[in-house]
Design a protein around this ligand. Structure first.
Ligand code: FAD
Length: 317
């Protein structure tokens, strides 16, 4: 079976969940081959986890400077690997970095690209969320190989242990790769909460939360559920919560197992970022709020009464 290249994302905690999901998808298309691009030693630190989720091969592209020049060096490595391996497909996470890599790689290879996919079939056809989530389409790359960016939380990652063979890949940074240099890294996470786009539970607050102080109630519920905190644009624009937590068309796209919307009306631009969530729970005092059209479970009520009661019940369990 031809290899399916999976672009690995990792952080200090190890392999990101989105990568394990990609490996799970990749097993349907061919032989999963993980591509680790990072500082020397990066692949060794991730090998066990990648093998546990089915990576039969691990391409280790390591260079002390690879992480310091945005994604350009990674795109060069991938373009080189695609030419060498002739894979059945290339899968990346539809994350900020993944989409940047995928877009540049598509241009470099003169290849089609499907982004925001939620599934990919054995023949490379992808189920894709388009037009701010208003339409779900099945699409296929007609120029080149299937190059697909899959949304985090599009599948539950399942282990399938493999004997991963680690293959070093030479990395030579060109002047073009070095054009942009990272000068500072901003840590987005607050405390120990999961990353918003990777979390299996997201609790979001909207304008109905009222002010920044009240967002502690949203945070407390998120912490009880082991989830991340999100916010509507109205909440962000009002200064209740930082912009990096905005969910929606002009914010982050999330697709958790559980999405809890507190004091959020459900405008189309907000829905674009969360409507593929598996289960949606909404609390809103307006029974006519559009969020209830989407919600699997809805409570018509005041969040300042409902949320503390819900939190108390959860604490008892
Ligand atoms: P509102 O629409 O004001 O709703 C507040 C809700 O809270 C109401 O339904 C109200 O009944 C309820 N409420 C109030 N008090 C309580 C209470 N005590 N208990 C229970 N319920 C209560 N929006 C996004 O979210 N993300 C985006 O990425 C985004 N991008 C956009 C891009 C463009 C180009 C445009 C034009 C708009 C975008 N918007 C986005 C804005 C979007 O149109 C809405 O204005 C926004 O989502 C509304 O946020 P909200 O639901 O928090 O506020």
């Amino acid at each position: 079976m031809a290899e399916v290249l999976v672009v690995v994302e990792a952080n200090a905690a190890g392999v990101k969940k989105v990568t394990l999901e990609l490996l799970t998808h990749a097993r349907e298309l061919g032989t999963p081959a993980a591509v680790v691009m990072g500082a020397p030693g990066a692949a060794a630190a991730l090998t066990d986890k990648l093998a546990e989720y089915g990576a039969a091969k691990i391409y280790a592209a390591e260079h002390e400077d690879i992480d310091n020049h945005l994604v350009a060096p990674k795109v060069s490595v991938l373009a080189h690997l695609v030419a060498r391996v002739q894979p059945a497909a290339v899968l990346v996470g539809a994350t900020q970095e993944g989409k940047e890599i995928a877009g540049r790689l598509a241009v470099r290879l003169d290849n089609g690209l499907l982004t925001d996919a939620v599934a990919v079939a054995a023949d490379g056809a992808a189920t894709q969320v388009a037009f701010a989530g208003a339409t779900i389409v099945t699409a296929r790359v007609t120029r080149g190989l299937p190059l697909v960016a899959l949304r985090p939380n599009s599948i539950s990652p399942t282990p399938a242990p493999a004997d991963a063979e680690v293959t070093p890949v030479a990395v030579e940074l060109t002047d073009a790769d070095r054009l942009a240099r990272v000068s500072e890294r901003v840590v987005e996470q607050k405390g120990s909460r999961p990353e918003l786009t990777e979390a299996s539970v997201v609790v979001s607050g909207g304008r109905g939360v009222g002010n920044a102080e009240n967002f502690t109630m949203v945070e407390e519920l998120a912490d009880l559920l082991g989830g991340a905190v999100g916010a509507s644009r109205a909440a962000v624009d009002s200064g209740f919560y930082p912009h990096q937590f905005q969910v929606g068309q002009t914010g982050k796209t999330v697709s958790p197992q559980l999405y809890v919307a507190l004091g959020i009306s459900g405008a189309i631009q907000h829905r674009a970022g969360m409507q593929t969530s598996k289960t949606i729970v909404a609390v809103n005092k307006d029974g006519e709020a559009p969020i209830f059209e989407l919600a699997d479970f809805g409570v018509v009520g005041d969040i300042f009464k409902v949320v503390p009661q819900a939190a108390e019940e959860i604490r008892k369990r």
